[in-house]
Ligand binder design. Sequence first.
Ligand SMILES: C[S@@+](CC[C@H](N)C(=O)[O-])C[C@H]1O[C@@H](n2cnc3c(N)ncnc32)[C@H](O)[C@@H]1O
Length: 295
Amino acid sequence: MIDRVRASMALRAVPSLEFVDARAAGRLDVERQFFAGLQMRNGVFKTTHHRRLDDANALLVPAVKALGRTSVRVLDVGCSSGVSTVELHDALTAAGLTCDTVGTDVMTAARHVAREDGCGVLFDDDEEAIQVEVGRWAMSWRWPPRKIELLAHPLKVARAQLILRSQLDAFRAALHAERPGYRVTRVPLTSSAVASAPGVTVVEEDLLRPTVPGAFDVIRVANVFNLGYFGEARLREMIAVTVGRLAEGGLLMVTQTRAGTNHATLFRKREGAMEPAGAIHGGSDVAAMVAPPLG
Ligand SMILES: C[S@@+](CC[C@H](N)C(=O)[O-])C[C@H]1O[C@@H](n2cnc3c(N)ncnc32)[C@H](O)[C@@H]1O
C-alpha cells in the first residue's frame, strides 16, 4: 500500500519551465515525466519515453530491410516528443539502411504564461489550458485531479481550480500583448534527442490533414489509433488517410502499449490493399480495421 502511494506520488506532473531546463540539459527522465502528465484537449496523452518500442522495432526493422530498398522514407505519426522516432531511425540506420525520417504530431510546441506570484498556465495552439502550475507543482487541465493530489496538495489544487475557473482570461491576454506581471515562454514539445539526430525531423501536422507531401516506405502509428481515444468512424477515417500515404509494397506498423506491453501488428500494402505481415503480443486491437480478416 505504502509502495503504491509512493509510486503514485512519483508520477507528479512537471512544471513547464522545469521541463524547458531539463530538456536543455538532456534529462530524458524529466522529459518522460513531463510528457506523461500532458493530456491534449482531444483526450490523447502525450505519454512517450525512450526504449518504449524496442520489441516493436525488432519486428519492424528486419521487415524493412527485407524490402530491399537501400534508402527509405519513414513516417512516425503522432510521435509526441519524437524520442521514439529517433530510436526507430537509429535502429534502421544501424541495420544498414539510409533513412529520411519524419515524426509528426498535432502539437509540437505550446506557450507558457507565468504570473509573478509563481503560478503558470501552459496553453495549446487553440489557447486552451492544458496544464496549470502553482510554484513547483503542476496538474492537468482535466477535472477532477488525481485523488493523491487532492489529498497531498489541497490548497494548490484549490488555487489551480480558481485559475481554471476564473483567471484564465488574464493569463490568455498575455499571449496577445505584453502585460505587466506576466511572462510568456515558448515550450517546445519535442525531446532533446531530436535536436541531436541528423536525418530526423519533427513536424506539426494533424494526421487527418497531412501537410508533409509524398509517399512513405514505412509508417508507424504508436499509441494513437485507439478506440479509447477516438470513435470508430473517426478511427476509420484516420486509418484511410494514413494508408493512403503508404507507398505500394510499403510497411505500416500499428501498435498500442498496455501495461508496458506493446501489442503491435505489421501490415504490407499490396496492390493498394493492406495485408497483415506479422504481430507481437497478440497484435493491435484495431488490426481488423486496417486489414479486415478474409472470408
Ligand atoms: C500517447 S502519444 C504517443 C507517442 C509515441 N508515438 C509513443 O508511442 O510513444 C499520442 C500522440 O498522438 C498525438 N495526436 C493526437 N491526435 C493527433 C492527430 N489528430 N494528429 C497527429 N497527432 C495526434 C498526441 O499529440 C500525442 O503526442
